[in-house]
Design a protein around this ligand. Sequence first.
Ligand SMILES: Cc1cc2nc3c(=O)[nH]c(=O)nc-3n(C[C@H](O)[C@H](O)[C@H](O)COP(=O)(O)OP(=O)(O)OC[C@H]3O[C@@H](n4cnc5c(N)ncnc54)[C@H](O)[C@@H]3O)c2cc1C
Length: 662
Amino acid sequence: LAAMNPDICRERENATFNTETLTNMLDGSAEKTRRRREIESLVINDPDFQHDDPNFMSRSERYDAAVKKSSQMIMKLRDYGISDPEEIYFYKRCVHRGFSEPLDLHLGMFLTTLLNQASPTQLDTFFTPAWNLEIVGTYAQTELGHGTHIRKLETTATYDPSTQEFVLNCPTVSSIKWWPGGLGKTSNHAIVLAQLYTLGKCHGLHAFIVPIRCMKTHQPLPGVTVGDIGPKFGFEEVDNGYLKLENVRIPRENMLMKYAQVEPDGSYLKPPSDKLTYGTMVFIRAMIVGESARALSKSCTIAIRYSAVRHQSELRPGEPEPQILDYQAQQYKLFPLLAAAYAFTFVGQYMSDTYHRITGHINQGDFSQLPELHALAAGLKAFTTWTANAGIEVCRMACGGHGYLCCSGLPDIYVTFTPTCTYEGENTVMMLQTARFLVKCYRQAREGQQLSGTVSYLNEQQRLQPQPVSSRPTVVNINDLASLVEAYKLRAAKLVEVAAKSLQGELQRSISQEDAWNNSSIELVRASDAHCHYVVVELFAAKLSEISDTAVHSVLNTLALLYALHGITLNSGDFLQAGLLSVPQLSQITQRIKALLVEIRPNAVALVDSFDYNDEMLNSVLGRYDGNVYESMFEWAKRSPLNRTEVHESYYKYMKPLRSKL
Ligand SMILES: Cc1cc2nc3c(=O)[nH]c(=O)nc-3n(C[C@H](O)[C@H](O)[C@H](O)COP(=O)(O)OP(=O)(O)OC[C@H]3O[C@@H](n4cnc5c(N)ncnc54)[C@H](O)[C@@H]3O)c2cc1C
């Protein structure tokens, strides 16, 4: 403690609540916090996982180090007996310090898809070797020409009954598989999504296990052209790859046959329900909501701790320079994001719990709640990743010039996180999927059907019709969270109605369903956004009722109010248009937000401390727990490769000769 920066010490002394109590609440219990820290320290104290700063390494070195760590990680998971999926995920995240890694697709998609879609015989054949890393796989869906519209994927798998094999081909340039993680160098197998042809008929997309590299030499097999797609915006450790298949033959048993099947004679058996493959998608999108919370909470930790130790400019003449966290404008940038980080943490927990609950129903053959879960996971994945993505950048800029340095940790968080807006369903496309569900529910409610779950507010369409402001007292009580939740609900109801009516209006112009849909897509995306925003505010408010510690309850209540009111100011047009808010209330909200910033200020550092990121895991000089930023920055800079002696030689080689010529 002696070495701590005095500013950051004072911040912690000023907090009005116990950070450990809040940490335990975020983890689920004190025991879960203890276990999480135990797993973290296994990694931190392991000499094999000492962390070289990847920013001083070439891409090949980063890939090499990541593969090495991944292989050791798998052995150690077994040695330590870590088998709970959540603990495996956490251990893996610690080992790689939050970066993606070459085995991500093997662990996250290849094994999961086998579990969900392989028949019992196929599980016997493929799962154990895959679990033991003899088979290392990836998931090859996207092609050069198509990512979103998978029905148009062009890779084919044609059944040949004479040999009982499938013949796989990528017939065009646009059909080359492009992007799969771990494909470029690491994998020896791929689950390939291809159009199934049998007995002259196309049955659409199916999944096939395709060996792509020799199990002994790791060289590409005949007919397989495979490689790395080159440097990207981030994801340096991952060998995202390309794959071209030319007359590659695989046995009939390599089509994943838990549901759809091809008999030896080539006859095709349909899957019992097309919803059966939804499960993995929903699960991964639900996990991404949790990733949004983590990326944003890490960024807020860095920016808020740094703002507590950074002094700049003059607040009052003659006084010492203030901490930049004392500037209202700085608080206005960071505290709403802090509130969003808490909100998304609770939403992530809700999505994970809901997924497990509904999976239980699905296993009993009850699919009734799947469409809602599917729509919610798609919408919340898009809503939270968009907010977090923009928020990370705000945090970076809030750290001034130093935020641009790699040692701030913020560039790495950004480039690792930003593709979540694109993969596992491009965000706009996700919002449109949610809108399709909302419009369907809206129509059902109008026809008198009783809706349940998060869309049940559409049952009350008459009651929910916002009244003109003049004819009723103010709807929103800006000091009451329940009233704010109600306002978000009314806004969502209004925007779903606007979208549905726009669609209806377009259809009355005698245009096709598809054109009507396209012409209404701005309203549709806005309706989904409003629905998700309502769900987030509602879940944040609901979480408060579970908190018994008064001090923690009070500080989280302040954050929830800030989250809700700040969201209203960002979308004030919607609230005004829907008659939910009066113009004078807008300036009252601004005043209320200012008061909330003042309330949060003494707890800001304690609130980010409660996320409990160990310095090793946060990997940020600006966000260090002890606040000793400048010393650490100087030490870090000295390690820059440009400071090596041989680099000076470039100067003498190219610049010195100029002197005599100019
Ligand atoms: C880091 C990273 C890792 C990846 N890993 C894998 C992997 O392991 N395996 C794999 O198979 N793929 C992977 N992908 C690919 C990823 O799944 C696709 O990029 C994603 O599905 C989006 O598809 P697209 O690139 O074709 O975008 P497009 O669909 O071409 O989108 C481009 C634009 O068009 C818009 N658009 C498209 N369709 C519509 C529509 N119907 N209505 C309105 N707007 C529309 C989108 O909103 C977007 O603005 C990865 C991608 C990245 C970036």
